[in-house]
Design a protein around this ligand. Structure first.
Ligand code: AMP
Ligand code: MG
Length: 434
């Protein structure tokens, strides 16, 4: 989505591991989202290997086209860390020692009981005319320099160091620069409202409705060119409805998001379990806390994944008692009281075994609810009657046990089948809890 009022930025990610596809540029994605909320549109993402000339060339192109340039990576102490030199070259200047920064790096090592290796000296070199940005979380200071009048901020590649530096030093600098030189964005925004032009986003999280059904119910909201813009993303049974709202101020964009979220909730009903970083496991946990109930799990083909998802939520010990990873038939029988006759007659992947696993876990753990999962995650082990992707999910409650059968298709990868099964189990309990 474009917003005429927004400033334009280029994001440059530096690292040969990124250009070769050995690791993902998560910094670029994170920065683009943060910039949008600040009223800055990321109009280019460029990934460059650890080579001096290409970095210099991209920095020059970015400074010529964009209004702000953000760079991550290549600020370490080794020979493949070339961002400082490339920025000095692009700004047509040279590097000189910043002795205060050198002292900070020495102090960083001293606070960990170590002496600074000589190599780290290079990290205190700053382009003349620019300045270094202190790094609270690591050794690599960031770099600020103007190239052809365009502000360029270089931050470390390590994501948590980059995030802290962006929030603490780059955001205030962007805001301060705006106040000094009112750009078109600010002038228009001030006419319309107080604040800055922004693009704010929210994800309404759903489970249980197919994407096509959601698309049908939200059809008029999803028309291209509409503001707010609405689109869906699908991820192993979870459908996220993303709302982007462009407005002249953060307050009016938030109002637009609130109104759109209300409308989407009305249309999708109980399929909606939360927004943004909310998780299915968290939604289940909240309901269990509200009702003072407890939960345990019995997992075969998910091997503990359901327990992991549940315990990712801080405070889950209030309701989650524990679980049994009952991978072998013997463990299913010995620890969950699954009858050997049930396994012999129906097979380990069956409605009957899922039912006994859930009932057995509920009794063994003394929980209000038990969820069980048994299925064929593949890639081998499928038969025409019981293909890869067939999973049974049991839910034992004080009223009894019921089992849901799901078929994910024998072409689904093992990881997808396991994730999908665990999420479906969580959703089954969420719906039970109302
Ligand atoms: P660097 O500052 O280039 O030495 O990067 C240090 C580490 O940060 C790398 O080894 C990666 O693990 C990580 N990193 C660098 N760039 C990125 C990026 N764009 N996205 C995510 N992680 C990154
Ligand atoms: Mg690197």
């Amino acid at each position: 989505m474009e917003c005429e009022l927004m400033q334009r930025a280029w994001i440059i990610s530096i690292g040969t591991e990124l250009t070769l596809g050995q690791s993902l540029d998560t910094n670029g994605a994170w920065l683009a989202r943060e910039l949008a909320a600040l009223g800055v549109r990321a109009e280019r993402h460029v990934t460059v290997p650890d080579e001096l000339q290409p970095i210099t060339a991209v920095a020059l192109a970015a400074a010529a086209s964009g209004e702000i340039v953000l760079i991550t990576g290549g600020l370490g102490p080794t020979d493949d860390d070339l961002t400082r030199q490339a920025l000095a070259d692009a700004a047509d200047t040279h590097l000189e020692l910043d002795s205060a920064a050198l002292e900070q790096i020495r102090a960083y090592f001293a606070s960990r009981g170590r002496e600074m290796p000589e190599r780290n000296h290079s990290q205190a070199m700053s382009p003349v005319g620019g300045r270094l940005l202190a790094n609270r979380c690591g050794t690599a200071p960031g770099v600020f320099v103007e190239i052809c009048g365009t502000p360029c901020f270089a931050m470390p590649g390590v994501p948590f160091e980059m995030k802290a530096m962006f929030a603490e030093q780059v955001v205030p600098a962007i805001r301060a620069a705006r106040q000094q030189k009112p750009a078109a964005a600010v002038a228009v925004a001030e006419d319309a409202d107080s604040g800055e032009a922004v693009l704010l986003s929210r994800i309404v999280r759903t489970y249980g409705l197919p994407e096509a059904e959601i698309g049908e119910r939200l059809r008029d909201l999803m028309v291209r060119g509409r503001n707010p813009e609405v689109g869906t993303t699908a991820d192993m049974g979870e459908i996220g409805v993303r709302i982007n709202a462009a407005a002249a101020s953060g307050a009016s964009a938030t109002d637009m998001l609130d109104a759109e979220e209300r409308e989407i909730r009305n249309r999708l009903g109980k399929a909606v379990y939360g927004i943004d970083s909310d998780t299915l496991a968290g939604a289940v946990g909240q309901r269990l806390i509200e009702r003072g109930r407890t939960l345990c799990v019995a997992e075969s083909c998910t091997g503990g994944l359901l327990g992991m998802l549940l315990t990712e939520t801080p405070g889950s010990s209030q309701y989650f008692l524990g679980g049994e990873i009952a991978y072998s038939n013997e463990v299913k029988q010995r620890r969950l009281a699954v009858k050997s006759g049930t396994v012999a007659v129906h097979g380990a992947v069956s409605q009957a075994v899922a039912s006994e696993m859930a009932a057995g876990a509920r009794a063994a753990f003394g929980a209000t609810y038990a969820l069980s999962i048994t299925g064929i995650a593949g890639p081998g082990g499928g038969t025409p009657q019981k293909p890869v992707g067939l999973v049974y999910i049991g839910l034992a409650t004080p009223e009894g046990v019921r089992v849901r059968e799901i078929r994910m298709g024998d072409q689904s990868p093992r990881g997808v089948i396991r994730q999908w099964a665990a999420r479906t189990a969580l959703n089954l309990l969420r719906m039970e809890l109302g």
